[in-house]
Design a protein around this ligand. Sequence first.
Ligand code: FPP
Length: 256
Amino acid sequence: MLNFIKSDKNNKYDSEDINFSNIPKHIAIIMDGNGRWAKKKNLPRTMGHKAGGEALKRIVRECSDLGVKYLTVYAFSTENWIRPKEEVSAIMRLIVEFLKREFNELHKNNVILNTVGDISKLPESCITALNDAKEKTKNNTGIMLNLALNYGGRNEILNAIKNIFKDYENNKLSKDDILNLNEDVFSSYLYTGDMPDPDIIIRPSGEKRLSNFLLWQCAYSEFWYSNINWPDFSKEDLHNAIRDYQNRNRRFGGVK
Ligand code: FPP
């Protein structure tokens, strides 16, 4: 069960050199390496995903303790459907189990559960569990946990364009609104809506690519890679990423 211990930021371990006035508002993580973690241990791949769920629990708790406002995790991409049917079903099952098992703790700790991606294509049991958790936690005021499910950055941009067109047809947007569309308005049509863009994108497991994750939103995100497989990702790894982020010189195209 999640157990949010609020003491860590004030004492103990290695968080002392984290600058608490510069915590990233939005952290995004590509939870990669579950399969390789399992393979190394001679376990089925699904056990890697299960262990990945445990890592997620640890990292939500730590992000919440550190004061991160948004945590977006890539749990299932629009491309992941081509995996063996059994693996896809196992991931869907794990999501439902995660929500069942962890809901009370998440809710108690003020977490807002949200999704990004087209969840309408997920199995019914998954949709129900997600919508239920979203509805019950929508008025919470703590960290927002965004589960990216059936998510793809290209799909998200196409979807935004289609919704802009629908709003035009329904007279919610005029031709002039569209001709003068700015980046903020376009962003509001993405699955991430009015959330700030991710400050840092973390990808464990040694891969150094974006894999269709948050394509629009990552324009000025800092990237952080590590060779650790996601199930082994610890709060110390998170601290390393944050410390590194805090030493970056973010110029957003300007000069400093
Ligand atoms: C990528 O690792 C991981 C996934 C596609 C699935 C992530 C799913 C979970 C962590 C399950 C729990 C999710 C929630 C929301 C509770 P990979 O399988 O591509 O690893 P590999 O590259 O080593 O094969």
